[in-house]
Design a protein around this ligand. Structure first.
Ligand code: 13P
Ligand code: SF4
Length: 303
């Protein structure tokens, strides 16, 4: 194994050789964010992956994000440096379960959070992310909406629409375990701070927050806000990016337990190994990809 500086140099060299671009999610560890060409939330990364001039995409995030990139750019080599970086929430619904739901509610539209497998996307009418979920639901003609898999994002969306939103019972273990007591305690410790939470949090937590945003929405907010202190109700990795983008403000995690272990499986060594061997590669069979692409593209077409 090499030290961090030597690894970084080798990664940059390989990146050039392969005409590769490194994309990283806002939850990635600091050293991975620091080497990325682009850091973002799920929607920004999907848009980026769709419009990249590169042969290779190194996706520092979790599997559904790399799959989305592979679906949008089947001609590119998409690498997921940590092969076991899955999203447990995405595994809480299968395509078979979704087909049963569709039979039960044939007049409902199906909205799937991007945190799903390619097979589930292929069974859906349109995808959404945490930053556009309300817009996506409002764009539909149908009055009834099957919303999978996140019950918390589903009930968040239901607050802003007259449509009947029927959420599946999935959840993100990182956000779902944040409690109202966490908010009350954090406010006591930091009375002047604003509380920002992700819509994957429980509705009791959302009720106590000042603002609800996607990860990049939070970053934009803290940079623009006149406030100096923020309590951050999402995965703690985002604080690295906030400190980088807006160093003169103070950030406190709403919960120190808000750690997504699979997001942390990517490190510089794995990025290097992956660029060197061009593995582990993520591919999606074309018969699944062509249907999933329609649902993703329909989302990307909403501005
Ligand atoms: P964002 O799209 O807000 O970055 O969220 C992704 C995610 O996995 C949240 O847990
Ligand atoms: Fe999945 Fe939650 Fe991790 Fe996001 S934070 S990747 S939703 S487990």
């Amino acid at each position: 194994t090499l030290d961090a500086k030597a690894l970084k140099d080798k990664i940059l060299k390989l990146k050039e050789e392969h005409s590769a671009v490194i994309l990283a999610h806002n939850y990635q560890i600091g050293e991975v964010q620091d080497i990325a060409d682009f850091i973002g939330d799920s929607l920004e990364l999907a848009r980026k992956a769709a419009n990249l001039d590169a042969d290779v995409i190194v996706f520092c995030g979790v599997d559904f994000m790399a799959e989305t990139a592979a679906i949008l750019s089947p001609e590119k080599t998409v690498l997921l440096p940590a092969a076991d970086a899955n999203c447990p929430m995405a595994e809480m619904i299968t395509a078979g379960e979704l087909r049963v739901l569709k039979e039960r509610f044939p007049d409902a539209a199906v909205v799937c959070y991007v945190n799903t497998s390619a097979e589930v996307k292929a069974e859906s009418d349109i995808c959404c992310t945490s930053s556009n979920a309300v817009k996506v639901v409002e764009s539909l003609d149908e009055d009834k909406v099957i919303f999978v898999p996140d019950r918390n994002l589903g009930s968040y969306v239901a607050r802003f629409t007259d449509k009947q939103v029927m959420p599946w019972e999935g959840f993100c273990f990182v956000h779902d375990r944040i409690t109202p007591e966490d908010v009350i305690n954090a406010r006591k410790l930091h009375p002047g701070a604003e509380v920002l939470v992700h819509p994957e949090c429980r509705s009791e937590v959302v009720d106590l927050a000042d603002h609800v945003y996607s990860t990049s929405g939070m970053i934009e907010h803290v940079c623009k806000s006149e406030n100096k202190e923020f309590i951050i109700g999402t995965e703690v990795g985002i604080i690295h990016r906030m400190k980088n983008d807006c160093p003169d403000k103070l950030y406190y995690p709403l919960s120190d337990n808000a750690v997504c272990i699979t997001m942390k499986r990517t490190d510089l060594q794995k990025v290097y190994n992956s660029l060197e061997s061009l593995t582990p590669r993520v591919t999606v069979p074309e018969e699944v990809a062509e249907k999933a692409r329609l649902a993703i593209q329909r989302m990307l077409d909403i501005k």
